[in-house]
Design a protein around this ligand. Structure first.
Ligand code: UT7
Length: 324
């Protein structure tokens, strides 16, 4: 009987660098109210968005992912040749074939990369980060680029006021590599497929969501996942320096933060409110928020960051990350 050799990687990983990209075009609430029955006050009060970014027609998901991914590599001071795997969490590629990841890898200059897309909708980035970390720890990859990228304007009916005011375009990326000290905690993930009908593509064309049902689910079921991620990392709420939930709705973000504070999180814990100027960019929202918070100095190197994503599936995932 032959015995197969198996690989074993380093015990721990960390995020080595972060980057993001948003399209040039800023769309305000007043801009939207010119084409549909909505207004600035309703959007700010109910969702928290002040403005968002829309890609131009010829600017593709892959284009945005390439810019964000290259920025993350530059932030980590890594050459593309040092990366061997590229994961692109997304749910808005124009077609299921081809995937985004192989093109992103090629255009960034990562040769012959292991490359795959991952669809866990708005939870995609946290799923991708968990898989990247485990691939390295298992010895299957050395350094992994994870790029959450979305062009939601392709799948939102521009006349549907409940969705068109929320969703936006962009990409956010992180490079993951081996570490002496643990910098990425175990992922807490799961799904609620019985609620599949609350977010789906209607007639394979436009996104449909039962906003109130998803809102109720997110405000009750997601804080416990964040707490689970903390517990898996051996931490408690008071250890958290920054909370970055998926930027779906500012009221959901605040509800999650309130529950964490009720569980012992500090009043001075930074809470991502990137949705105000970025809108809901699905799998890109968490890394975009992290990148913006680092650049603004709201999150510093060494800070304990708690991330949690949630969305269609329904699916969810969260983990603790030490800010690079
Ligand atoms: O990212 C993936 C996960 N997704 C989420 O987490 C989204 C969760 N859901 C939500 O964030 C919210 O449910 C929405 C932002 C989608 C909607 O907010 P809502 O407070 O639940 O509004 P609603 O759909 O219950 O509508 C309330 C009222 C209605 O009017 P009536 O029937 O009470 O007279 C709507 O017709 O607001 C009206 N409305 C609007 N008014 C102005 C709905 N959309 C708009 C709008 N502008 N854009």
């Amino acid at each position: 009987m032959s015995t197969l050799r198996v690989k074993q990687g380093p015990a721990a990983t960390r995020v080595l660098g972060v980057g993001s990209y948003q399209p040039e075009r800023v769309v305000t609430n007043d801009d939207l109210s010119e084409t549909m029955d909505t207004n600035d006050k309703w959007i700010r009060d109910r969702v928290g968005i002040i403005e968002r970014r829309f890609a131009e027609k010829d600017e593709l998901l892959v284009d945005m992912a390439v810019t964000a991914g290259a920025a993350a590599l530059a932030d980590a001071a890594l050459e593309p040749s040092e990366v061997d795997t590229v994961i692109v969490p997304n749910c808005t590629m124009p077609a299921p074939i081809p995937n985004a990841a192989a093109q992103v890898a090629d255009r960034i200059g990562v040769k012959a990369a292991g490359a795959f897309d991952l669809n866990a909708a708005c939870a995609g980035f946290c799923y991708g980060l968990g898989i990247a970390s485990d691939l390295i720890r298992a010895g299957s990859a050395r350094k992994v680029l994870v790029v959450g990228a979305e062009k939601l304007t392709d799948v939102v009916d521009p006349t549907d006021r409940s969705n068109a005011i929320i969703f936006a375009d962009g990409a956010g990326a992180a490079v993951v590599g081996p570490s002496d000290e643990p910098g990425i905690g175990p992922v807490a993930w799961g799904s609620a497929g019985d609620l599949v009908d609350t977010i789906y593509m209607r007639d394979h064309r436009y996104l449909y969501q039962e906003g109130q049902a998803v809102f109720r689910w997110a405000t009750t079921q997601i804080a416990p996942i964040a707490l689970k991620a903390l517990e898996l990392a051996g931490l408690t709420p008071s250890d958290v320096d920054a909370l970055i939930p998926h930027q779906a709705n500012l009221r959901i973000v605040e509800a999650i933060a309130k529950k964490l504070r009720a569980g012992g999180a500090r009043e001075d814990m930074a809470v991502a409110d990137d949705i105000k100027y970025s809108g809901n960019t699905s799998s890109a929202s968490i890394p975009i928020a992290l990148d913006h918070m680092r650049k603004a100095g709201t999150v510093k190197s060494g800070d304990v960051v708690l991330m949690v994503g949630f969305g269609a599936g329904l699916s969810y995932a969260g983990q603790v990350v030490i800010c690079p």
